[in-house]
Design a protein around this ligand. Structure first.
Ligand SMILES: Nc1nc2c(c(=O)[nH]1)N[C@H]1C(S)=C(S)[C@@H](COP(=O)(O)OP(=O)(O)OC[C@H]3O[C@@H](n4cnc5c(N)ncnc54)[C@H](O)[C@@H]3O)O[C@H]1N2
Ligand code: MOO
Length: 441
């Protein structure tokens, strides 16, 4: 398992400007989040761990993998048919046979998974797809190109399967339907480079190469907190004024999709003292690479994160973005800390705009988002001076705004598959306008 190092301090200058920094543009905040993580991971490179192939989906390969053997491991047939020696066919048609074909004596059939004897001159061996080609054979004639165009049932042949004949086309080229040993990848050749994201395709290759375990980089370890007396775990009944916790699930699944591991998540009450005490205890116990909180950072009377971290190396600022304007960034006990706003859409947009790109850039996290050009199907307004991020449904070159700008609109968020950024300086976009959207799937 990951041997996570003890927390060490990240210089505050690399993380964020001081608490007086106030307002910041989106690009500058994105850079600050990336710098924060880069500084940490340079000092704390992810440990390597060996895991079973079945658990490795989405993980990052820690070191180059070379093929331990040939793939295919032996020369085999690509078709059900007859293995032949093309030198036998060069003699041309037999006068008593089908014009353009050569009659050969049938050798014993070769099923997949067996080791056949060498193919004798003047013979053809029934061979099944994937079965080893006998020594001496250099081509396979598919059964449908042979006469007869079916395999003689075993019961009609002597016990050793021989005795019948088969006619095959004289013009069979050497190498036809033969899969040479090592033709996919040869023993010792580079199979996958370090840093590869292990998806189904890469894992399939490793399995075919006979590897049952793979060495991967430890995932970034995250402590995930959400705050507020009103926030209740899903599945529990709500009291007056209470709401169910959406952010833990929203952020946990986003983090996991981006290759991170949530070590622990907590809902913390609106008590700055309790918040700080719990946070420090969790950092000491879990040694996370990142603390991510949601809620409690704007201008209310009970801003638990802001108040609890007033003495810490954390800046609370206003990024010119909506949703996701209020942001906290810095370090706690030397560990990177990000405070996202409590509104669920704000926290998701903060993740997609700041944390996911930083994880991808710094750790090579899988699933970076792609940007595509699309035409708006309806007009959009945006507040002056803000980089607004609306939600929408992208289909075949068009994007339809879903829901309004409100950062509480979870239903609309769930119906969307794209974010539509409306940059600072644009206050209205007409239907048909071309926009660059960020695909969420
Ligand atoms: N006077 C001002 N008020 C607000 C400002 C402002 O500039 N001046 N900014 C607004 C903006 S924009 C946002 S975003 C929010 C951010 O507030 P906080 O980060 O302090 O978050 P909370 O106040 O704790 O919660 C905001 C909202 O989100 C709900 N919430 C919180 N946690 C969860 C959760 N885990 N699951 C679901 N919903 C959650 C909470 O109940 C609130 O409705 O501040 C504005 N106010
Ligand atoms: O920044 Mo807030 O996220 O607009 O609701």
């Amino acid at each position: 398992m990951s041997a996570s190092p003890a927390p060490q301090s990240v210089p505050a200058s690399a993380a964020a400007p001081g608490p007086a920094a106030g307002r910041r543009e989106v690009a500058a905040h994105r850079e600050a989040v990336e710098d924060l993580l880069r500084t940490w991971f340079l000092a704390h490179p992810p440990a390597h761990e060996s895991i079973a192939l079945g658990e490795a989906a989405g993980r990052l390969l820690a070191a180059d993998v070379r093929a331990p053997g040939n793939l295919p491991p032996f020369t085999n047939s690509q078709m059900d048919g007859y293995a032949v020696r093309t030198a036998d066919l060069a003699a041309g048609s037999r006068p008593d046979g089908i014009p353009g074909s050569v009659r050969l004596a049938a050798a014993a059939p070769i099923p997949a998974g067996s080791a056949p004897p060498p193919l004798l001159p003047g013979t053809a061996a029934p061979v099944m797809t994937g079965a080893m080609l006998p020594e001496g054979a250099d081509a396979v004639v598919p059964i449908e190109a042979c006469t007869p165009d079916y395999f003689v049932p075993a019961g009609f042949l002597p016990a050793d399967g021989t005795g019948s004949t088969v006619e095959v086309p004289a013009e069979t080229p050497s190498g036809q339907f033969v899969r040479r040993a090592g033709s996919d990848i040869s023993a010792g050749a580079p199979a996958l480079p370090a840093g590869s994201v292990l998806g189904p395709l890469q894992l399939g290759l490793l399995a075919a190469l006979g590897l049952d375990r793979v060495t991967v980089r430890a995932r970034p370890r995250v402590l995930l907190l959400t705050t507020g007396d009103e926030v209740v775990e899903p599945g529990r009944p709500l009291g007056p004024g209470q709401i169910h916790d959406a952010n833990t699930t929203l952020l946990r699944s986003s983090l996991e999709e981006a290759g991170a591991q949530v070590l622990r998540s907590r809902i913390l009450a609106d008590s700055p003292q309790e918040f700080t005490a719990r946070l420090r205890a969790d950092i000491a116990a879990d040694a996370p690479d990142l603390v991510l909180s949601s809620g409690g950072i704007s201008k209310g009377a009970y801003e638990v994160v802001r108040q609890g971290l007033a003495a810490a190396d954390v800046a609370f600022l206003s990024v010119a973005m909506q949703p996701g304007g209020p942001q906290g960034i810095g370090t706690v006990e030397g560990v990177p800390f990000l405070g996202f706003p409590g509104n669920p859409v704000s926290s998701l947009v903060s993740f997609e705009m700041f944390l996911r790109p930083a994880l991808t850039a710094v750790t090579g996290a899988p699933r970076p988002r792609t940007e595509v050009q699309a035409r708006l199907t309806a007009p959009l307004g945006s507040p002056a001076g803000k980089h607004q991020v609306r939600r929408g449904r992208y289909t075949a070159g068009t994007v339809e705004p879903v829901g309004g700008p409100g950062s509480h609109l979870l239903h609309a968020l769930a119906a969307s598959n794209a974010l539509i950024p409306v940059p600072v300086g644009t206050e209205r976009l007409e239907a048909g306008a071309e926009v660059t959207v960020l695909l969420l799937e």
